[in-house]
Ligand binder design. Structure first.
Ligand code: SAM
Length: 288
């Protein structure tokens, strides 16, 4: 009961921070949170991924094969695998924007075999962590902002963006940057969540930015399933390690089964999407 009351209070503080504060303050909060989590990642391997995960209820028991070390990140990895499997990444130059602590970048590098994988995040601590933690030929990390990518034009075949764009100051600037750094006919693999009222404007925005929609999926059911299956692991870590003051905000942020975030997805108020887009020659058709 006490826990419930606290959850209500701190959960609503967290939602207020995410939903009501002016963008600059919200961005500052997110930045601080990710800097804090990246510092903790050095102590807890559990923090290599910061997404809600993906579990396919229709997989007929077919499981993605993972190493023992990767097994505890199964659901977060499955979200990356779902996004990355949309196109063949073998031999491609790939950029990930918003890589966090690099768990997804290293998984894709090892499993999907691109020629090169550049992973970028604005949280300096996360990039420092990645540079210390991973040593995989072809995989590199860079600190920078999604809205002004520090790369030449036409530098990449594929841009990947997982559960990060909802934090950005300007989605329009980010999309312009993705267009700039992608080669013609390159792919933009884009997964994130939005309030249901933002879905149509988002789609319009993407189309006006010169992307062709190749595939659009709503994956909220798969994300909810992952939240359920990963609940115990998250709670065990939070119970052991989360500072009391942040406990309920972290539950909301991480989407435990009893969190407001879970409720928002299950009521349909928030929607998790996965889009496959292509940079075209603006005729609406991929050029040959
Ligand atoms: C929810 S986490 C997801 C991290 C990672 N994609 C994953 O799934 O594990 C969001 C990430 O976006 C990054 N981010 C937020 N705003 C950003 C910006 N404007 N430019 C670059 N990265 C940003 C955060 O630092 C954080 O690492």
């Amino acid at each position: 009961m006490k826990g419930k009351a606290r959850s209500g209070f701190f959960g609503s503080v967290a939602r207020r921070i995410e939903g009501l504060l002016p963008f600059k303050a919200r961005n500052g909060f997110n930045r601080g949170l990710y800097q804090y989590l990246a510092r903790r990642a050095g102590e807890h391997e559990d923090l290599l991924f910061w997404n809600f995960g993906f579990a396919d209820p229709d997989s007929n028991g077919k499981k993605l094969l993972l190493t023992d070390a990767d097994e505890k990140h199964r659901y977060c990895i499955q979200l990356y695998h779902h996004v990355a499997s949309a196109v063949d990444l073998k031999g491609q130059d790939v950029l990930e924007v918003g890589c966090g602590c690099g768990g997804g970048s290293s998984f894709i590098m090892k499993r999907h075999l691109p020629r090169s994988f550049m992973a970028l995040d604005q949280a300096e601590n996360a990039i420092e962590f990645c540079n210390r933690h991973y040593s995989i030929p072809g995989l590199s990390f860079s600190c920078g902002k999604a809205e002004s990518l520090p790369f030449e034009k036409d530098a990449f075949d594929v841009v990947i963006n997982v559960e990060s764009s909802h934090c950005y100051g300007s989605l329009a600037d980010f999309l312009k940057e993705v267009q700039r750094v992608l080669r013609l006919n390159g792919y933009f693999l884009f997964a994130d969540f939005r309030h249901r009222d933002q879905m149509d404007p988002l789609r319009g925005h993407l189309e006006r930015s010169g992307f062709q929609f190749l595939k659009g999926e709503i994956i909220t059911p798969q994300v909810l399933q992952a939240m359920e299956l990963d609940h115990e692991r998250k709670m065990s870590l939070l119970n052991r390690k989360a500072p009391k003051l942040l406990f309920n905000s972290l539950k909301y942020w991480w989407g435990t089964r009893d969190s407001k975030r879970y409720e928002l997805f299950s009521s349909g108020e928030e929607i998790y999407f996965s889009y496959v887009l292509q940079k075209t020659n603006h005729t609406g058709l991929p050029s040959s």
